[in-house]
Design a protein around this ligand. Structure first.
Ligand code: KDG
Ligand code: MG
Length: 403
């Protein structure tokens, strides 16, 4: 029997911070797992290094399900982003090893291809509406079939998802930037710029929008209703999802499809949403929802209720997650769409990935496993961790709002 011989937690900052777990088996096969939790990176690194790595040494790398149960149930303290990211990293690395040993890209082990590629959506954004419209035009020219559109609400510093100096990076300051937010101003403005996108570019592509947890359920219901004629592919995170039942109110008022899950970490946090048909897309992804093993379970539950996948794919999820999500998206029957934000150029120096983009879809090459290699020499050039935090939103009266 082979055993897990080495468990390394690798931290690098090629344009942004990434935490990676690398497992090596006694027969010399390595597997990678993403362990990046934006703004709380070192908590997961310590969880893995101090509490998980010592337990893995000597275990059978073949026993993926058993290792998942051992780490999840064995810790007693369940769920939550730190735990689930750590479990995900181990799980993903073990699937990488298993598929490499089988000599197959991972999707073959998951049942083989259900589709030729996974449709993605990139981000269009603008500090002004003309800037947003130019960005949409640019992405359509590049052949994307789906685009997310976000514009800065005039007079507010706290609009989610808008590029600054040509790039959008959610966590970009050494202390959380405090931003001003007004849901009323947003509700007045956002439907109008989304309408301008449809007026200028028509309906031959999928249009998405991320509300980023900013509205109350009744506000979200109003927003969804006000954009119905624009036929959005989805409105994402219309209200915070801790209270899963609150989505029923939104549902009762609008047929704009709803996507939720990027900040949710387990099947239990989406169970009510899925089984009560309160959402259309589940956005959990490999790194924060327990890896391939657990995400597959979530998608299988979702399939019973005609809920499709829509994996989170921001730049704070490393190319290891991108490849893993792509392998899973190729295989599952109920794939919906995959977010594709891209990375700073330096990231590709460290993560050599076989994921390719063609005609608005991602695909993998024939490399066995996930198809990603970690370049230690390149990583050494980007070795310094840079503390970076997501912003905090405050209402105009100074109180803290959901960011
Ligand atoms: O770390 C948080 C980001 O990943 C998140 O704000 C991005 O909402 C997001 C998205 O849809 O990509
Ligand atoms: Mg989002």
């Amino acid at each position: 029997m082979a055993t897990i011989e080495r468990a390394e937690v690798l931290i690098c900052c090629p344009g942004r911070n990434f935490v990676t777990l690398r497992l090596t088996s006694s027969d010399g096969v390595t597997g990678l797992g993403d362990a990046t939790l934006n703004g709380r990176e070192l908590a997961v690194a310590s969880y893995l290094r101090d509490h998980v790595a010592p337990l893995l040494i000597g275990r059978d790398p073949d026993r993926i399900e058993d290792t998942w149960q051992y780490l999840y149930k064995g810790a007693y303290w369940r769920r939550g982003p730190v735990t689930m990211t750590a479990v995900a990293a181990v799980d993903t690395a073990l699937w990488d090893i298993k598929a490499k040993l089988a000599g197959m890209p991972l999707h073959q082990l998951l049942g083989g291809r259900s589709r030729d590629g996974v449709m993605v959506y990139p981000h269009a954004s603008g500090q002004t509406v003309p800037e947003l419209l130019d960005d949409v035009a640019r992405l359509l020219d590049l052949g994307y079939q789906a685009i997310r559109a976000q514009a800065a609400v005039p007079g507010l510093t706290g609009s989610y998802g808008v590029k600054k100096n040509g790039r959008y990076e959610p966590a970009d300051s050494a202390r959380p930037e405090e931003q001003a937010w007004s849901s009323e101003a947003y509700l007045d403005f956002a439907p109008r710029y989304l309408e301008q996108v449809r007026q200028r570019f028509g309906f031959d592509f999928h249009l998405l929008h991320d509300v980023h947890h900013r509205l109350t359920p009744i506000q979200a219901a109003r927003f969804g209703r006000s954009v119905e004629q624009l036929r959005l592919f989805w409105m994402e995170d219309p209200t915070p999802a801790e209270d899963q039942e609150s989505f029923r109110l939104i549902r009762q008022h609008t047929c704009t499809p709803i996507a939720v899950g990027e900040a949710l970490t387990s099947i239990w946090e989406v169970q009510h949403l899925i089984t009560n048909r309160l959402i259309d897309y589940v956005r959990c992804t490999v790194v924060h929802a327990g890896g391939i093993t657990h995400l597959r379970r979530i998608f299988d539950l979702a399939d019973l209720y005609q809920v499709r996948s829509g994996c989170h794919g921001a730049s704070d999820l490393s190319p290891v997650t991108q490849a893993a999500a792509c392998q899973l998206g190729l295989a599952i029957p109920n794939f919906g769409i995959q977010e594709h934000m891209g990375y700073p150029p330096q990231t590709a120096e460290v993560f050599h990935s076989g994921v390719q983009l063609k005609d608005g879809c991602l695909d993998v090459d024939d490399s066995p496993g996930l198809g990603v290699e970690y370049d230690d020499q390149a990583a050494a050039r980007f070795a310094d961790f840079e503390p970076k935090y997501l912003p905090v939103a405050r209402r105009l009266d100074g109180s803290v709002h959901d960011w």
